[in-house]
Design a protein around this ligand. Structure first.
Ligand code: NDP
Ligand code: 2IT
Length: 453
């Protein structure tokens, strides 16, 4: 595609156009950058020093991208080759920080978009966290524990050269949970002979923080509750749909139950279960056993609890008061958003990163659905990772009620800051503008303070 930079383009258009020309095959990255930068026009107008300092160009170019081969042996003794990545987005506010994703769809576009989102999310937490993301196109599905271990050891053998407790602190994301973090951490220690908090999401018995597994899901529901409170609404007794059935989905479901809501669906890449009676504590425990131990498929829930299974479908046409997309990017498209609006949905809070397409966001906003963007709504996960780093540095552990209350207060503060920024820039209750503006000004001011680097 031919593209030119014209003098009449505004600063945002020039930067986004430049990105598209340099890296034409990175659509998810362009989408994430476009969404953030477009919303910042009122901020950029008020603060011309950001353009003078080239802040947008610098934010859109990661500090460093590391790409490496990961070679490992499968159980049949065959040599397998995958690609490993670490995108170190920025260390302006602290060590690079963000998850690792193992999924066959992983490529540079997806990891650059995730690293970019992480910049603003981590800034919103107010903790000293830079931003990064990494992973591999390795697919843990269908692999034995021994294969996953050998892959993780090979992956960490290279990654270990680029990370460290004061340099870059990875964690989990899709396909990387407690099992993978354990294997990665074990290999890091073997290579470096150092016991440091170099990864977060560790198990509680060996350096992990209580509430880290729960943090993203709990935080998303805390954020949603704050949005509803501001709009004088409540989750009590209300039907909710959740996509995914992994870490974020499970703990979103648990917190919704605690707050008296009625989760009615969960999904995986095969399809969606619709349980009109509601997924209660007992059924949720069954899902956690299915997904975290047996590594089974969600359709088994429909047979076990005699409810509807919608093969190959997403939950967005199920009537609900609130929706919690908690699987992957671009899972809510325009049609999905229209179904939600038509069925009277009042709130959507993003547990996943960028689950809504730009068209879906427009439909939701025009349909008066309260919309909580991921970089604010799901920041609880990385926030408790930050608290895990603090506990590791102090070499002591906080009680779960202490971590949970810190998590709740961080989520309340993010809501307050995003709401205040939305008011400040002229569109009260626009959480896209508010979250982007609040995160952006924090990082942009720090970049100016730290000079041209
Ligand atoms: P998990 O691997 O634990 O679970 C992922 C879930 O989403 C699974 O049910 C999986 O189904 C489904 N899924 C993944 N990819 C796809 C796909 N391409 N199409 C359909 N379904 C898919 O991951 P998490 O719960 O940790 O992460 C979920 C989302 O939350 C991601 O967007 C992640 O970036 C985001 N997030 C995670 C945080 C964390 O702390 N873990 C923090 C903040 C955001 P299947 O098993 O069939 O693949
Ligand atoms: O997207 C995310 O914020 C995460 N996957 C969690 C990152 C972290 O470092 O805990």
């Amino acid at each position: 595609m031919l593209s030119f930079t014209f003098w009449w383009m505004n600063y945002v258009e020039r930067v986004v156009d430049g990105l598209k020309r340099r890296d034409p095959a990175q659509p998810e990255f362009h989408q994430a950058v476009g969404e953030v930068f477009d919303s910042l026009l009122p901020v950029l107008e008020e603060r011309p020093e950001y353009e003078e300092a080239g802040i947008l160009e610098r934010l859109a170019e990661p500090d460093r991208v590391i790409l490496f081969r990961v070679t490992w042996l499968d159980d049949a003794g065959r040599t397998r080759v995958n690609r490993g990545f670490r995108v170190q987005a920025t260390n302006v506010l602290g060590p690079y920080k963000g998850g690792l994703r193992f999924h066959p769809t992983v490529n540079l576009s997806i990891l650059k978009f995730l690293g970019f989102e992480q910049i603003f999310k981590n800034a919103l937490t107010t903790l000293p966290l830079g931003a990064g993301k990494g992973g591999s196109d390795f697919d843990p599905k269908g692999k034995s524990d021994a294969e996953v271990m050998r892959f993780c050891q090979s992956f960490m053998t290279e990654l270990s050269r680029h990370i460290g407790p004061n340099t870059d602190v990875p964690a989990g994301d899709i396909g990387v949970g407690a099992r993978e973090i354990g294997f990665l951490y074990g290999q890091y220690k073997r290579l470096t002979n150092e016991v440091t908090g170099v990864l977060t999401g560790k198990s509680v018995g060996w350096g992990g923080s209580l509430i880290r597994p729960e943090a993203t899901g709990y935080g998303t529901v805390y954020f949603a509750s704050e949005m509803l409170k501001a709009a004088k609404l409540s989750l009590d007794g209300q039907p909710c749909v959740i996509s995914g059935s992994g870490n974020v989905a499970q703990y979103t479901c648990r917190k919704l139950l605690e707050l008296g809501a009625k989760p009615v669906s969960m999904s995986d890449s095969g399809g969606t279960v619709y349980d009109k009676d509601g997924i209660d504590e007992e059924k949720l425990a069954w899902i956690m056993e299915l997904k975290n131990k047996r590594r089974g498929r969600i359709h088994e829930y429909a047979s076990e609890f005699k409810c509807e299974y919608r093969e190959g479908r997403l939950p967005w046409d199920i009537p609900c008061f609130a929706a919690f997309p908690s699987a992957t990017q671009n899972e809510v498209d325009e049609a999905g958003a229209k179904s939600l609006v038509a069925n009277g949905c009042r709130l959507l809070a993003e547990g996943a990163n960028m689950p809504c397409t730009p068209e879906a966001v427009e439909v939701l906003r025009n349909g008066n659905v309260l919309y909580g963007p991921g970089k604010a709504a799901n920041a609880g996960g990385v926030a408790v990772s930050g608290l895990e780093m603090s506990q590791n540095a102090m070499r002591l552990n906080w009680r779960s009620d202490e971590v949970d209350s810190r998590l709740a207060s961080i989520m309340n503060q993010i809501h307050e800051d995003a709401y205040a920024a939305s008011e400040r820039y002229g569109d009260p209750g626009n959480y896209v503008l508010g979250a982007n503006a609040a995160g952006f000004t924090r990082i942009a001011d720090a970049m100016i303070d730290q000079g041209v680097v």
